[in-house]
Design a protein around this ligand. Structure first.
Ligand code: CO
Length: 134
């Protein structure tokens, strides 16, 4: 069902500082900061030869990553994103197997302009999983 690793998302308190670490210390190709108000985060995309890293920083009062950063004040890996060819059929197959889909279960347009869903970390080895339609 799952295909390529699309990205690993790292939650940070200061996205400018984090972008600088990836650009200047690690020598990666780093995008400008892109606000995603509908997701409550600012994002920076880091393009690696085989995948992407997504830096996410809270944006606004009710950011979905605020609690995560309270528990992980230095930042940390927040989720991993796998590609699927058909997000609705993947969702239906996972639900049939008892997996919990977060939110109302309907795919939303994610940071890359494609439909995404999130799966409950308790069902996936303690890791928040994002599915993105390839
Ligand atoms: Co993501």
């Amino acid at each position: 069902m799952i295909g390529r690793l699309n990205h690993v998302a790292i939650a940070v308190r200061d996205i400018a500082k984090a972008a600088q670490v990836y650009r200047d210390t690690l020598g990666a190709e780093v995008s400008a900061v892109e606000p995603q108000p509908e997701h409550g985060v600012n994002t920076v995309f880091i393009t690696l030869p085989n995948t992407k890293i997504e830096l996410i920083e809270p944006l606004g009062e009710n950011s979905p990553i605020a609690k995560f950063l309270e528990r992980n004040p230095d930042g940390g890996i927040h989720h991993i994103c796998y590609e699927v060819s058909d997000i609705r059929s993947a969702r239906d197959a996972l639900k049939r197997q008892g997996a919990r889909v977060l939110g109302d279960g309907e795919p939303k347009v994610g940071a890359h302009g494609k439909p995404v869903l999130f799966l409950h970390p308790k069902d996936f080895c303690g890791t928040l999983v994002e599915l993105e339609q390839a």
